[in-house]
Design a protein around this ligand. Structure first.
Ligand code: NAI
Ligand SMILES: NCC(=O)COP(=O)(O)O
Length: 352
């Protein structure tokens, strides 16, 4: 066997009822260079169905190669999809339906890939989207990949969950945001805005981007309330929790300011060719505060990165899109961007 060009990345198939398998197949068909050294972990017939969906007038079939060992991915030619089959996964399931079996299949692929990455067998994983309701129906106690991966990493390290703090970052070329809390209700998210949680988020953000950018990142912290509370007139979380967390981070030498008014901080951070962003990243107080600005710029290039894990994990910024699953319409650009970012992170070349 010839020497590998770059470390192997596992691509998990995602929920088989959603667009995951077809965007993975599309990426292998349309971005063969970027997909070199990647293999799919999933179920072969599900991935064959995804490849067939892409076939059409003027479109060649995408061959699928079943591999018995991930290393065989290096021998698979471009525009051919290597699939490492996990035993016990269900075959093709109906599209567009929330199903426990689909949730179980998606989760098993993620678990397997996480364990491979934690054992150093692969360089990282790129996860195709799973449906959180299906995951729940399958009896998994995790709302999403992030929490499942946190649990796997904590178990591998032999530490309690609290000692494996992780955060979600969403990034595109214009904007990066990192969230204080992730998959919780808005009520619980507000309760999670404590000095400790905000400081932990700033710390994780600083460490991850210091590694990725090769310099200390410029961090802005958003407020929670309108106008960052306007000196306590519209809420006191800024005075009681966020500002003390920012001061504590500054005392640690971290380049951070805030709390900044949330309605303008993302605009100020947004980077373009004409106007460089004022910050490298914005720490957002909850899921939608941070994700809407990035997704609003377009689902095609956003990447979800889990920070704080002892492994590389990226994902497209969108979900299972049951409304278009099985039609070959889904755009694979975000998945391809996630593969490129995972590759850079795994190689230690920065630019998250
Ligand atoms: N990383 C992951 O596993 C993620 C999973 N989800 C889950 O996915 C499920 C569905 O979530 P939704 O909120 O409906 O968001 P969604 O991202 O699946 O869909 C939102 C809209 O964007 C469109 N869309 C999404 N991806 C697209 C693509 N690649 N090409 C073209 N159009 C695309 C859909 O057709 C839909 O109109 C939920 O269970 C959610 O929790 C959501 C985000 C990320
Ligand atoms: N909105 C992003 C999202 O829900 C992805 O969650 P995860 O599966 O990456 O934890």
């Amino acid at each position: 066997m010839t020497a590998p060009l770059a470390p192997l990345l596992a691509i998990t198939q995602g929920d088989p009822a959603g667009i995951g398998p077809e965007i993975v197949a599309k990426a292998f068909r349309d971005a063969p260079e970027q997909m070199q050294g990647c293999f799919v972990v999933g179920e072969v017939q599900t991935m064959r169905r995804a490849a067939q969906i892409l076939q059409g007038p003027g479109r060649c079939a995408l061959p699928v190669a079943e591999i018995a060992d991930p290393q065989e991915a290096w021998q698979v030619p471009p525009r051919c999809m290597p699939v490492f089959p996990l035993p016990g996964l269900p075959g093709p399931l109906p599209f567009g339906q929330v199903q426990a079996e689909a949730g179980r299949a998606a989760a098993e692929c993620v678990r397997w890939a996480a364990r491979q990455a934690l054992q150093g067998e692969i360089a990282g994983l790129v996860t195709a989207p799973l449906n959180k309701e299906a995951l729940h129906l399958a009896g998994l106690a995790f709302p999403g990949h992030t929490e499942l991966l946190q649990a796997e990493a904590a178990e591998h390290a032999g530490v309690p969950l609290a000692h494996m703090p992780v955060r979600m970052m969403l990034a595109n070329d214009a904007l990066r945001t990192v969230l204080v809390s992730i998959h919780v209700s808005l009520r619980d998210a507000i309760a999670a805005v404590t000095q400790e949680q905000v400081l932990e988020t700033i710390r994780i953000t600083h460490e991850a981007l210091l590694r990725a950018l090769g310099r200390p990142p410029r961090i802005a912290v958003a407020g929670l309330n309108p106008h960052a509370g306007e000196a306590g007139l519209m809420g006191r979380e800024e005075l009681e929790h966020i500002a003390p967390a920012v001061a504590a981070a500054q005392a640690l030498g971290i380049q951070v300011i805030g709390p900044e008014p949330p309605d303008t901080v993302f605009m100020r951070a947004r980077h373009s060719a004409e106007r460089p962003g004022a910050f490298d990243v914005v720490v957002a107080m909850y899921h939608d505060q941070g994700l809407i600005p990035v997704k609003y710029l377009g689902l095609d290039e956003g990447v979800n990165v889990t920070l704080g894990l002892p492994l590389v994990r990226t994902s497209p910024d969108h979900g299972t899109a049951f409304d278009i699953a099985g039609q070959g319409l889904a755009d694979a650009a975000s998945l391809i961007a996630a593969v490129q970012m995972a590759r850079r992170l795994a190689a230690g070349q920065g630019q998250a």
